[in-house]
Design a protein around this ligand. Sequence first.
Ligand code: TYD
Ligand code: MG
Length: 455
Amino acid sequence: MAKVATIFACQTCGAVHSKWSGRCDSCSEWNSITEEASGAPVSGAKGQAMPKGRAGNLVPLTGDSPQPPRTMTGIAEFDRVTGGGLVPGSGVLIGGDPGIGKSTLLLQAMASLANTGARVIYVSGEEAIDQVRLRAERLGVAQSDVLLLAETNVSDIIATMRDGAGPAVVVIDSIQTLWSPVIESAPGTVSQLRAGSEALIRYAKQSGASVLLVGHVTKDGQIAGPKVIEHMVDTVLYFEGDRGHQFRILRAVKNRFGPTDEIGVFEMSERGLQEVDNPSRLLMGTRESTTPGSAVFAGMEGTRPLLMEVQALVSPSSLGTPRRAVVGWDSNRLAMVLAVLETRAGITIGAHDVYLNVAGGVRVREPGADLAVAAALVSSLSGIALPAEAVFFGEVALSGAVRPIGQSELRLKEAAKLGLTRAVIADGAEASRIKGVDIKALDDLSSLAAWITSR
Ligand code: TYD
Ligand code: MG
């Protein structure tokens, strides 16, 4: 037997190193590198000739290709994120923190799909059949025709699929339990994850089944995370949310068959995940509008506008280095807005503790939230509440200027739909004026501060 080569693979990012070290150069994670069998025999002969290849068929780019057919699960928020349903023969990765609700979401989606008559197989490597059944009962989907398989051996999983009528959709829960007999390392290592996922994706392409791979996001380097197979699959979805909140967001970060950045919003309940088709209303429902430091931001999530509440608390600090704590936004961005407020608008927050929170456990990624954050900060510092019916959006430049952001009209429409009648936005974005919303246009942060304190 040929000698098996060993590699040193980072369990977090999948980078391969020639020797062990305490820290991965590629992702800077500590203690994440482990020795694994590479799976490929060492080719002893140096400069071994490449086998002679066969010429392939060249085709012109122009020409008709039919739109791929789609398998809709019937859960609208899920179908939206996949770009209008699952594409046969595609591989989809669904990542998320352990316990966030991946298994629940998929069991519900598969039950709904099975009710349309599709053959659906749910492979559980983590839970026993009885546990899955109990969960299905709790979710009220125990009567649907989902086929279960408790198996972790990849060859056996694929053999089961090939036996009898081929499934339309297969769920593998989770990739970290997959175990391939041809790889020497333990389940959960980079080589096992790659080999198992590769085999299943190859099966998907050959058979036309959609394969959904569940992957736990891992914090320490003990088991490999879903990042290491992102490049192999056609679609990457992440299921996120704050454990303390009932909201869960399914987000597409890569999609070869549809738009990315599309989100689906769910609410957790005793009976599983409920779809939320008007998330703005839910997020705004809990708002206390008379408190200083609260500003409504009209963000965009994929193609949908979403209103969120930005809360700031600025309080005198007893510490030498004041605290800056941010939940749901980028802390570097907060530091920037604070610095711009101080330098360009003369508002000194430096000696205060600053806490910033986006309500509902949502995470804002847009720089367009700068203006809402600045307004919340000034409001909290001055003790003057912002008008309850106002929405804010705009990007803040280092010069202190407020810049317009894209899709103002959609954002304003969403605000109007939820009964907000004023918008504080950048000068220049007024072209998108809509009926029923009064616009206050600002060109810089000084005028924002002046507007807040003069009211
Ligand atoms: P689970 O789906 O097992 O998470 P994951 O597969 O991502 O690790 O969900 C974790 C726990 O939360 C589980 O005990 C069920 C519970 N849960 C609910 O009670 N209601 C819900 O809507 C969801 C999503 C989860
Ligand atoms: Mg699970």
